[in-house]
Design a protein around this ligand. Structure first.
Ligand SMILES: [Zn+2]
Length: 630
């Protein structure tokens, strides 16, 4: 197919010119425009294949033989074929692109079977790119006109001088209906080409008008440097359009792939092995000017999978070498939300993902204006791993001075740690989370494991309920259950009788229920002699795997009391355990009573009311017992 296409198309460009283009073209340079290449030994180069998704580079380039080949998907060819496949150019377009690059003047042969052709038919892509290049020149020239004063002020107010505006090709779309359209039509672009390019659109009357009016214009380039679209910033209050307007989807502009600034940033991204993702055109400019040359921005869309693919190839982000992706966000809630959303995407990154949040809620452009270039570099240098950022964000919502707060924070944070794709890093984050929460490692570890297995962490209902007001009662249910089980296992002689007297129904957490049942099955705590034999008996009696593991843990975990446990401590612990369920029952009863009509259901009402009174009495007794002189 390729050969046929060559034979058919090549008739238009002289064969010796095509040969010259091949000879003068450095295949490594052409491919390096979109794929970062590293030495593969023997003079060959390798990178991540742009034609299939891969984590280890199987895309090989041989500069000596002037060919490339992918062992992963089987694609391969010369430089011309690479441009055809990677940029969807025709054969002639590819040759023309390479000729321009090498400074070769192409000569076209006349087709001897038909009339002589003055110049070849250019492909659509070339035409649309050419129209954009002409539009850049037009908008740029407009920026120095009187009507563009507001646009120049806008740039100056944000710290961009004339040189900066020129470097990024900033321009102005004038206050006119069809100035650009007419200009481009005069240059030979057709009605259809201008509409397809997204530069013009038909008006209601059917005539062709400019898409952008009275706006500051940024040309958006793809990785090779070709302009494929524009970003347009609103300047005037009576402009009722959105703040930013972008080129619509066209055959050459795909917003899911476009990264503003990638053409200028790609070499540094490859060299430094990192990329900084910012939010707007002015932020990209500010970063580059502040000597953060690796900054890029998405254009009118959220950062997504296609952007990741583009960046990974530039970063050479592979299993062997991980690139760093740094997101900058305003410190506001929207920025934090975006950061946490990015965490959802994190699974797709092989590289490490970082977050840089400006402490003053300023974007890089504002930061550079207010505090200078150094502050922008500092912002990026102060980045923190996305996982740390997300964990901190979650933990900050809870009051860690209370046990309830700590447990709830743990339950919310555990799923994040469970999501960390790099399993070897999980223990490190379990330790860190436990430290941040001021908790033991074991419960955090269990919560993370449970989250990884898709189970809710910790005791569900009891933990989420607001804590009772009495300070000595502020332990969540599961903690008390745990403490009671520890007493039965570690101090059966002391705690056994009281422990056995409290019903198994008082335990809520499934694993605790299993251990409580095993203690009963092993003959009860009161009959036990204690020691290693007792622990073994309980373990053997436990038919729940998690419960069996917990027995060993509870047997050695220190009690939550300074010094030796005494009968009072046992009594307090058991009272707390029952108090939790009694207060729960009281609450349920009260709500039931409220729903009953005392006139029509008098008997039921009084029965429930009596039950409530006796429960409340029991609760008061337990409360006194639980307070136990503490
Ligand atoms: Zn491939």
């Amino acid at each position: 197919m390729y050969a046929e296409e060559v034979a058919e198309m090549a008739g238009r460009i002289r064969d010796e010119d095509i040969a010259l283009v091949r000879e003068r073209t450095s295949i490594a340079e052409v491919i390096s425009d979109t794929v970062t290449l590293k030495s593969a030994g023997g003079g060959n180069l390798k990178g991540l294949c742009p034609f299939h998704d891969e984590k280890s580079p199987s895309f090989n380039v041989s500069p000596a033989r002037n060919v490339w080949y992918c062992f992963g998907c089987g694609a391969g060819g010369d430089a011309i074929k690479f441009l055809m496949d990677a940029e969807h150019l025709s054969f002639v377009e590819s040759v023309e692109r390479l000729a321009a690059r090498a400074g070769i003047q192409l000569r076209y042969v006349e087709d001897d079977r038909s009339a002589p052709r003055p110049r070849p038919q250019q492909g659509q892509r070339q035409r649309l790119v050419a129209a954009h290049a002409a539009a850049v020149d037009f908008y740029r020239a407009q920026l120095s006109t009187a009507g563009a004063r507001r646009a120049r002020e806008f740039l100056a107010e944000r710290g961009f001088d004339r040189a900066a505006a020129e470097r990024y090709g900033c321009g102005f779309a004038p206050d006119a209906w069809d100035l650009l359209t007419k200009h481009l039509r005069q240059q030979g672009f057709t009605h259809d080409e201008l509409v397809t390019a997204g530069l013009s659109r038909p008006s209601r009357s059917g005539s062709l008008i400019d898409r952008f009016r009275r706006r500051l214009m940024w040309p958006i380039r793809e990785i090779t440097g070709d302009v494929i679209g524009f970003g347009a910033r609103k300047l005037f209050d009576d402009d009722d359009g959105p703040k930013y307007l972008n080129t619509p989807e066209t055959p050459i502009y795909k917003k899911s792939h476009v990264l503003y600034g990638i053409d200028q940033a790609k070499r540094e991204i490859a060299k430094q092995g990192k990329v900084v993702v910012v939010e707007g055109y002015t932020d990209v400019m500010a970063c580059h000017l502040a000597d953060v040359p690796t900054a890029v921005a998405t254009c009118g869309t959220a950062f997504g999978a296609d952007h990741i693919s583009v960046l990974r190839r530039v970063l050479f982000d592979s299993d062997e070498r991980a690139g760093e992706i740094i997101f900058t966000f305003d410190g506001d809630a929207a920025g934090q939300k975006a950061a946490l959303r990015a965490f959802e995407d994190d699974q797709r990154f092989v590289g490490r993902t970082f977050i840089a949040v400006s402490p003053d809620n300023m974007d890089p452009c504002e930061l550079r204006l207010a505090k200078g270039d150094l502050a922008v570099r500092d912002l990026v240098a102060r980045r923190e791993p996305l996982v740390d950022f997300a964990l901190r964000h979650v933990i900050n919502r809870y009051d860690l001075d209370t046990v309830d707060g700590r447990v709830e924070a743990m339950r919310r944070a555990a799923p994040l740690v469970a999501k960390i794709k790099d399993r070897e890093k999980r223990p490190e984050y379990v330790r860190k989370l436990a430290g941040d929460l001021g908790m033991e490692i074991e419960p955090v570890q269990r919560a993370v494991l449970a989250a990884a297995n898709g189970q809710p962490a910790g005791a569900p209902a009891a933990v989420a309920r607001p804590a009772p007001a009495t300070p000595s009662m502020d332990s969540p249910r599961s903690m008390v259950e745990r403490e009671a089980l520890k007493l039965a296992l570690q101090e059966p002689v002391l705690a056994g009788p009281m422990f056995d007297a409290v019903e198994a129904a008082e335990y809520r957490h499934p694993v605790h229920v299993a251990v409580r049942a095993a203690i009963a099955a092993a003959g009860g705590a009161a009959a036990a002699a204690g020691g290693a034999v007792w622990i073994e008996q309980v373990r053997d009696a436990c038919d729940d795997l998690a419960g069996r593991a917990l027995v060993g843990e509870l047997a050695v975990e220190p009690l939550r009391i300074d010094g030796e446990p005494d009968p009072r401590y046992v009594s307090v612990t058991m009272a707390r355990l029952q108090w939790g369920s009694v207060t729960g029952r009281i609450k349920d009863l009260k709500s039931k009573i409220q729903r009953i009509n005392p006139v029509s259901n008098k008997d039921e009402y009084f029965a429930l009311f009596g039950e409530l009174l006796s429960l409340e009495q029991h609760a008061r007794a337990l409360r006194e017992q639980a307070a136990g002189g503490l």
